[in-house]
Design a protein around this ligand. Structure first.
Ligand SMILES: [Zn+2]
Length: 161
């Protein structure tokens, strides 16, 4: 079972990346710290925060919490994912979650989405996924290659330490 997270309001771009890595990550800009604590406790989630006071407070209450004071998402991800096995870190489009809403994804055929995707994309892409929650359609484009390269970099870094 993969870890589940709830991220504070400062960590939106990290939350989106964790979703692409397949981690169930709750992130909403209007969640206050009490609500985040509540979600972490009732739903067995690890809190991700860049706020030292909040981290202290959560830890005092025996809630699993990771303090993230790194300067970029690459370093933050290395921290959050440290100790995870390669298989868990290796990206697979089937295991990703929707970066926008955290929904689960289903593979769909070209026919199912042919009227929802630009023609230029249809010409070159064969593999499509749709978020079961918000309906957004994803394909293995340039964005995927960038995040895949990032995941390889993280795996290397974690193996070294
Ligand atoms: Zn979605």
């Amino acid at each position: 079972m993969k870890d589940k997270f709830v991220a504070d309001g400062m960590l939106g771009s990290l939350a989106r990346k964790l979703r692409i890595f397949g981690y169930d990550t709750i992130y909403e800009t209007d969640l206050n710290n009490d609500k985040i604590l509540d979600i972490a406790q009732t739903d067995d989630r690890i809190i991700l925060t860049s706020n030292r006071k909040f981290h202290q407070n959560a830890t005092k209450q025996m809630v699993n919490c990771i303090l993230l004071i790194e300067e970029n998402d690459y370093e933050r991800l290395c921290n959050v994912l440290d100790g995870k096995r390669d298989e868990e870190l290796r990206l697979s489009p089937k295991d990703t979650r929707c970066s926008i809403c955290n929904g689960e994804m289903n593979q769909v055929t070209k026919n199912e989405i042919s009227n929802l995707v630009p023609e230029e994309v249809l010409k070159y892409q064969e593999e499509y996924y749709r978020c079961t929650s918000c309906g957004k359609i994803y394909w293995i484009g340039g964005h995927w290659q960038r995040i895949y390269a990032l995941s390889e970099k993280i795996i290397k870094k974690i193996q070294q330490t």
